[in-house]
Design a protein around this ligand. Structure first.
Ligand code: ADP
Length: 760
């Protein structure tokens, strides 16, 4: 970000962010600070400039009480006021101190208790003798507020404020800074002496206000440095005598500025400064900075009036910002509800979003979007190439834990993005689940930034007495920078809209999962019923069928002589019909028994299963002169009986659908990435490819029973076996060219299922 050139590059600017400037133990010399013991108000610690104000040395003033210095009647009133929790009721109090005989000096006295409860009194010589009543600063502010409220534009509005503050305080220059997300301050309004060089439109780098100073601006909303050249006054004794620690001056109005800040003011030719903090949601939103070329004192009351004006005015600024945000938020909410509707209409949320692509882009004012589900991506509008997006998603997976991630300068954090900066210099992404992302893209927008001084040389390092010290830049002249590889920034409302969409998607996925679970349950029920039906039907049918078969055969045996040729033929048809029906029933029963729940996964040697199948078919092999050969086969996670049945069905088909030549059957296997691929190849009659799918459907056959006997259940059973193993089966063949049946068995079998959360 900010580089200090040359030899000093190793100097860490974050050091500035660590310095405890509130513990430095110095105050500005235009006032006096006492730390008091309660309740007697004995002075425990003082600033060393007491001689100038009271004619008493710091050593002598220690151990005195406030009564010794000020009128005791006044101190009684102060003591009463200190009993109340809210010290605002006595701040400021005018206190008279008698110095040099009858001479009185009047002070504005301001009390506060610091973080550890020490009572601190700060005294500034009063410029007016009376407390200015609240009404007078109300009148000061009222005119400006009236003018402000009739004004629509935020910039003009800020311009009026700086003009008013300048009129009230008489500073040479009054600026209003607004901080951006990186804490750089943009001067958005300025009122100044004509002779001064304008700072309006300049950007001041974040490091101009180090973190501790930024924190102090938040806790102390007005800050005066009346003389930037004055030598600070130390505290005496340096540490607090009660706890022996440096005194916490966070809330002190006299606290001295850091040397670096004073040098900064000096380099800017500022003799006095008054800063009013504009705080929104506990964060420093901006500052009203008043600069004077020469030292300038601003009375406490006037400071309070400015602070009051700052607050009132800022409430108006916030309200306006929020109204602008509100209108946009409403628009986004309506887009979002349309997207939710679109998602509900489709089977998957992805289809819903793709169909409503314009709304998906409008939701975040993006020019491109991608919906990445596992390994596949759907692209909308102007996006990087699919492969680039896949790598980007990998990078997000590794580097981003939050559910939402956004950047307006992707190429700065992900170097590959330089290749697609024209479409995706800005990225906003939400993680829907571990593998699913929705991404939005914005193109590069080349911008010119006008810096107040060279942001690459914000600080210079100088060596003093052997140690390196940082000092602020000398020149605040306009320094133009062309900013590349950045998109327009994502607004908070857009980021929120993306998050809302993520929630909606999650809800839809959950609802769909619920529906699927319900469907699975329904299916399971109807499957169980079907199975029961098949079982009962086949059992109950067997009996009457056997009866028919027995009686028809009896008829044939007993009355063979009495029956003519036709009658014998009819009886034969009946016997064949009955036997076919028995086979059909057996096959349906076999089919219904192949059930996911019945699968007994175990390490199964495919070769053993194959050999058992071949043994079963020994007779047919012998009869037909078939040769069955195989490669070495692997051990797989499978149900051994079902695997045997699979080989049996495929080999018996290969024999049954043989051509003129004696059948030659070859079984092979090959390891794929996450499965074993088996093949059963024959030199039979082959299959017309148009029927390649149909043959796996129950009762589907391509031949009459006269040509080839069978029920059309064999391949359907094979398919079901493979479904139970989460594998696949298919055929590759041409008529007259032999057929090759392929099937896969996943590596890991049921273990993989378990890992995927399936239960048996
Ligand atoms: P079935 O063998 O009882 O007819 P299948 O379900 O096993 O029933 O097979 C369905 C159909 O697929 C068969 O009728 C046949 O037309 C075709 N088929 C199966 N295996 C082969 C093969 N190896 N060669 C040629 N055709 C086959």
């Amino acid at each position: 970000m900010i580089a200090i050139p040359g030899k000093t590059q190793d100097i860490n600017l974050t050091k500035l962010d660590e310095s405890p400037i509130h513990l430095w133990g110095h105050i500005q010399p235009h006032g006096v600070l006492f730390v008091l013991e309660e309740p007697n108000l004995k002075i425990l610690q003082t600033s060393t400039n007491t001689l100038k104000f009271f004619g008493i040395t710091p050593e002598a003033i220690i151990e005195q009480t406030l009564d010794d210095i000020f009128d005791s009647f006044q101190i009684e009133q102060v003591k009463a006021g200190l009993l109340r929790d809210n010290l605002d009721f006595i701040n400021p109090t005018k206190l008279w101190a008698r110095v040099n005989g009858d001479d009185y000096v009047i002070f504005d006295a301001v009390f506060h208790r610091n973080s550890v409860g020490h009572l601190i009194l700060e005294l500034e010589p009063a410029t007016s003798q009376e407390n200015i009543p609240f009404l007078s600063f109300y009148h000061l502010a009222k005119a400006s507020i009236n003018e402000l409220q009739s004004n629509a534009n935020l910039r003009e509005f800020c311009q009026i404020i700086v003009k008013e503050v300048r009129q009230m305080t008489g500073f040479d220059r009054v600026m209003l800074y607004k901080f951006d997300e990186q804490n750089h301050g943009d001067v958005i309004a300025e009122d100044k002496l004509d002779s001064l060089e304008p700072y309006l439109g300049l950007r001041f780098p974040a490091s101009d206000i180090p973190l501790p100073a930024r924190r102090l601006f938040c806790s102390n909303s007005i800050r005066l440095i009346p003389d930037a050249t004055a030598k600070p006054a130390q505290l005496f004794p340096p540490n607090n005598p009660i706890d022996e620690n440096p005194l916490d001056l966070t809330l002190s109005i006299l606290r001295s500025a850091s040397g670096c800040h004073l040098e900064y003011l000096h380099n800017m030719a500022v003799g006095a400064s008054l800063t009013i903090s504009l705080i929104k949601d506990g964060k420093l939103w901006g500052l009203i900075a008043c600069h004077h070329q020469t030292p300038k004192y601003v009375p406490y009351e006037l400071r309070k009036a400015c602070e009051f004006l700052g607050r009132v005015v800022f409430a108006e600024i916030s309200a306006r910002e929020e109204t602008e945000d509100y209108d946009y938020r409403m628009k986004l909410a309506s887009i979002q509800s349309q997207l939710v509707d679109s998602m509900s209409l489709e089977d998957t949320f992805v289809e819903g979003l793709v169909n409503d692509s314009q709304n998906l882009l409008n939701l975040t004012s993006a020019t491109g979007a991608a919906i990445c589900i596992g390994d596949s991506c759907r692209l909308i509008g102007q996006t990087p190439k699919e492969d680039d997006i896949k790598y980007l998603v990998q990078w997000l997976k590794k580097n981003v834990n939050q559910e939402v991630f956004y950047t307006d300068s992707l190429p700065h954090i992900y170097a590959d993005a330089r290749n697609f900066k024209d479409v995706a210099s800005g990225l906003l992404s939400v993680t829907v689940s571990q593998r699913n992302y929705v991404l939005w893209f914005r193109p590069e927008v080349i911008q010119t930034v006008n810096w107040g001084g060279d942001p690459n040389h914000v600080y210079q390092a100088k060596s003093s007495e052997g140690t390196l010290q940082l000092s602020p830049r000398k020149s605040f002249e306009l320094w133009k920078e062309t900013v590349r590889l950045k998109s327009l920034s994502w607004k908070a409302v857009e980021i929120k809209a993306a998050l809302e969409l993520k929630k909606a998607i999650t809800n839809i996925i959950l609802r769909q999962a619920d529906e699927l679970a319900q469907l699975a349950q329904d299916l399971e029920l109807s499957n169980a019923e079907l199975k029961k039906f098949a079982y009962v039907a086949s059992h109950d049918l067997q009996e009457p069928l056997n009866q028919v078969s027995n009686y028809v055969q009896l008829l044939e045996m007993r009355y063979a002589e009495a029956l003519d040729e036709d009658a014998s033929e009819f009886i034969n048809f009946a016997v064949e019909g009955v036997s076919l029906m028995q086979t059909l029933i057996d096959d349906v029963l076999a089919y219904s028994k192949v059930d996911m729940r019945a699968v007994e996964f175990e390490l199964t040697e495919a070769e053993t299963a194959l050999e058992r199948a071949i043994a079963n078919l020994r007779g047919r092999i012998h009869q037909t002169g078939a040769t069955v050969t195989h490669d070495p086969l692997p051990t797989v996670m499978a149900d051994s009986t079902q695997l045997m049945q699979l080989f049996l069905n495929l080999i018996s088909n290969a024999i049954k659908f043989r051509s003129e030549k004696p059948p030659e059957i070859q079984i092979s296997s090959k390891r794929l990435e996450d499965a074993w691929l088996f093949s059963v190849q024959d030199n039979g009659i082959g299959i017309d490819p148009q029927y390649a799918e149909r043959i796996f459907v129950i009762f589907q056959r391509l031949h009459t029973r006269d040509e080839y006997p069978g029920t059309g259940m064999g391949l359907a059973i094979c398919k079901k076996i493979l479904e139970c193993h989460r594998g696949r089966i298919w055929v590759e063949s041409e008529l007259g060219q032999g057929s090759t049946f392929y099937f896969t068995i996943p590596v890991g079998g049921r273990e993989r299922d378990r890992r995927r959360g399936r239960t048996r």
